[in-house]
Design a protein around this ligand. Structure first.
Ligand code: HEM
Length: 377
């Protein structure tokens, strides 16, 4: 209460309204929203109240997640990202990751409901399901989940349009989703930013940049081959495999790296930039870029764990039954744990080589170290 009194005193001249704890949080209204839909009889039992509160809490957090991620996207959706903006983007992403971690734990509260106690009111839910959560769909679209990855290639926009027609989703929520679908996703702005990464000090607008990028890729692939030879020698020396089986695997890895970096024989600059940041991550100038990448990875990882914990809670609660939304239930939820939004950030990990196997860096002083000070020289 003390805080709100202080706010009132400071603000007294500009606002005659007396700010109270309940008024500021709109508590009276908030606490009447757990009774179920209008005319819901009998009123929710203790277990059902618990079920409603857990859902509402999730949706409140989703609301904040959307706001945080939109702020992050706005900071990145510019021609040139200001240096000072990167820590702010990281800050937004880190908050969202913490929220997802909290949500992943929150399923434990749901699990205090026994399967039998859930069955006691499950029929009252009809066909309503988390499937209809427009905020969940919007945050997936905002992050940039590719529809091709979705189960059955589901189109979230078409799905929500249909639900809106059936009166299950408000027009304003659909409008928000449509606006988000039209705007660049977080993955889009991240990709654009990565494509501007200076590689060996060369930026996309610099003369000869294509050649620098291609040479960098060639050198890295060479380093992967050398590293691969070392792995083969080591593994065979300690009796963990034979050259005949190890070599094709190592070679397939290098081939996959080449396809990733130059899918149609031409360098994909944002992937090369990403590889560069991840490889030379100790360089001072790359320390914020790598933190930004780490925060995106953390964001996706925390979201995946939230999905995985939901699936396990559901398995415990309803076994292999069909969901109220008509999906296969746990199988569907498990499939969503395979989704990857920031696909390249995950893929690049397979390409990394240990520091002392990295090719010598040109222009190391550009990134804040002299060549002799570089960790990989
Ligand atoms: C007893 C508790 C719960 C059960 C048994 C359950 C079950 C399910 C099932 C089976 C699905 C798949 C869709 C369907 O066919 O219905 C689903 C989806 C979903 N549920 Fe739950 N759920 C529970 C609690 C929650 C809570 C507390 C939330 C929080 C908002 C939630 C959010 C979601 C969301 C967002 C989806 C869509 C997931 C996606 O499509 O990626 N669920 N749930």
């Amino acid at each position: 209460m003390g805080l709100f009194r202080t706010v009132r005193c400071m603000d007294e001249t500009s606002s005659p309204a007396r700010i109270t704890y309940g008024g500021y949080l709109r508590l009276e209204e908030l606490l009447t929203l757990q009774d179920g839909p209008e005319g819901y009889t009998p009123p929710p039992s203790n277990d059902e109240l618990h079920f409603i509160i857990v859902h509402q809490t999730f949706e409140l957090w989703f609301k904040l997640i959307l706001r945080e991620l939109k702020e992050a996207r706005a900071l990145m959706d510019v021609e040139r990202i200001d240096e000072a903006s990167i820590p702010r983007v990281v800050h937004h992403l880190e908050r969202v990751s913490e929220i997802f971690r909290l949500l992943a734990d929150q399923w434990k509260v749901m699990e205090t409901l026994s399967p039998q106690d859930f069955l006691a009111f499950r029929d009252r839910l009809g066909t309503s399901s988390g499937f209809e959560s427009w905020q969940m769909r919007e945050l997936e679209v905002l992050m940039g989940l590719d529809n091709e990855q979705r189960m059955g290639g589901m189109d979230p926009l078409a799905h929500m349009q249909r639900l809106a027609k059936e009166g299950k989703v408000p027009a304003a929520a659909l409008a928000d989703l449509e606006a988000t679908s039209r705007a660049p996703s977080l993955n889009d702005v991240l990709t654009t930013w990565l494509s501007r990464t200076p590689i060996h000090g060369s930026s996309p607008q610099d003369q000869g940049d294509d050649a620098v990028v291609q040479a960098y890729i060639d050198e890295h692939l060479k380093a992967m081959r050398v590293h691969g030879e070392q792995v083969i020698a080591h593994m065979t020396a300690i009796g963990h495999g034979e050259e005949a089986t190890l070599r094709p695997r190592i070679e397939a890895g290098v081939q996959a790296a080449e396809t990733f970096l130059t899918p149609e024989g031409k360098a994909v600059r944002h992937r090369a930039g990403l590889l560069f940041i991840e490889s030379y991550r100790d360089l001072p100038l790359l320390s914020w870029p790598r933190r930004l990448i780490d925060s995106f990875v953390d964001l996706e990882q925390s979201m995946l764990l939230f999905r995985a914990h939901h699936a396990r809670m559901v398995e415990r609660m309803i076994g292999r039954r069909m969901g109220t939304g008509g999906s296969s239930g746990v199988d569907y939820l498990d499939a969503t744990t395979k989704y990857r939004i920031f696909v390249d950030l995950w893929a690049v990990r397979t390409l990394l080589v240990k520091r002392d196997a990295l090719p010598e860096m040109d222009n190391a002083d550009f990134y804040g170290f002299t060549s002799s000070g570089s960790t990989h020289s």
